[in-house]
Unconditional design. Structure first.
Length: 355
């Protein structure tokens, strides 16, 4: 039997467990501090707990939800961490230093790109994460544990988070929200909610649900096509939630949240980079008062898509700007280390014959 991971427990759940063990409730705070503030990697390091309690903890829980398996990149550059899960599967997180202000957060921060699922069911045609299909949701400990592990490995504080790694976070809504409570909680990781951004391929009902949820958070939408014709070609999810329905959900977001929306748009040569698309994209962005992040496509082994010439990317950006839309052009960091989501994990799992 696999023991549950201790970092997946909320403060209330730790208190409940302690009560069942006839342990005093003040131990909750001590345990939380060892996990989330001091970031220890063994129960033995929890020196202010009696040895008997440490033994009970070790017999009941795992201290970490993931095992660090590999790091690509180095300090001062984008670093990618590959983690092994208890069932032998892999996920990855990417630590991006001094990221410019892409999602409205302060600039010069260390941003961690976090995975939410093993694989992805949405099958976008350009994406490595979708290539091998969907395996399972990550639980709260595996999601929040990526931040903890990244801080342990790098020895640096993570300032902001983007849920842009492997998987569709909105399709794992409950675990995602539980992880966000651990990430933002004062007794746990205590990262400001305004430094968290969820990225979604456009699950309209979940966007509405999050809009109606009290959790403060930023939202980015993977738009990647301004019309149904173009978007459906590369994102099957568009057949279920076409552009008009997505826009309705985003309007609803604006009616309940003050956080400004971001539209992400990867530029793929000859697929969605026509300047006509830029004009239509501009009208969508204006309607919902969103900014646009343009990302030249990051090539994926085994896929034929290419990024357009940088001059053409700039022309696309200029078209948006001419319509009065704020548009940034993000030249992907970490192009050389398989930084597009899902690539490193796919390599590892292919090598091990898992996929
Ligand atoms: N499933 C969510 C979040 C994970 S993907 C979503 O789709 O939004 C995070 C972002 O990476 C998305 O905008 C996705 O479209 C983009 N992406 C996927 N593959 C890419 C690639 N090869 N190059 C550049 N961006 C890519
Ligand atoms: Fe899934 Fe997002 Fe990749 Fe689409 S882009 S396959 S939704 S991870």
């Amino acid at each position: 039997m696999i023991l549950p991971a201790l970092p997946g427990l909320s403060p209330e759940e730790i208190s409940e467990w302690l009560a069942t063990q006839n342990e005093p409730s003040f131990r909750t705070k001590q345990i939380l501090e060892w996990i989330w503030k001091k970031k220890v990697t063994s129960f033995d390091e929890m020196t202010n707990l009696p040895a008997a309690l440490r033994e009970k903890l070790a017999a009941s829980f795992r201290l970490t939800a993931l095992t660090h398996s590999k790091t690509q990149g180095s300090e001062d550059t984008t670093r990618k961490f590959l983690f092994k899960l208890h069932d032998g599967r892999y996920i990855e997180s990417v630590l991006i230093p001094a990221n410019p202000a892409l999602y409205g957060e302060k600039s010069d921060r260390r941003t961690l790109c976090v995975s939410s699922q093993v694989g992805c069911a949405y099958g976008c045609k350009f994406c490595a994460s979708g290539l091998a299909g969907f395996t399972r949701n990550l639980d709260a400990a595996e999601i929040a544990g990526q931040v903890l592990a990244a801080e342990q490995i790098s020895g640096e504080r993570v300032d902001s988070l983007v849920f842009m790694g492997m998987g569709e976070p909105m399709a794992n809504f409950n675990n995602l929200m539980a992880a966000i409570r651990l990430i933002t909680g004062a007794e746990t990781l205590h990262l400001g909610a305004r430094h968290l951004t969820i990225s979604t391929s456009g699950l309209a009902p979940q966007i509405r649900k999050l809009a109606d949820h009290p959790q403060q958070i930023r939202l980015a939408i993977s738009f990647h096509g301004a019309t149904d014709e173009v978007r459906s070609q590369i994102m099957p999810v568009n057949k279920k939630y076409p552009v008009a329905e997505l826009m309705d959900a985003l309007n609803h977001w604006n009616s309940t949240k003050k956080q400004k929306l971001t539209l992400e748009y990867i530029l793929i040569q000859g697929v969605n980079d026509d300047l006509e698309q830029a004009k239509i994209l501009a009208s969508h962005a204006k309607r919902i008062n969103a900014k646009v992040n343009l990302i030249p496509y990051n090539t994926v082994e085994g896929l034929e898509w290419k990024r357009p010439a940088i001059s053409h990317c700039r022309a696309f950006q200029e078209t948006l700007k001419n319509f009065g839309v704020t548009a940034t052009l993000r030249i992907e960091k970490g192009h050389d280390i398989d930084a597009a989501c899902g690539q490193l994990r796919l390599k590892q799992e292919t090598a091990e014959g898992i996929v």
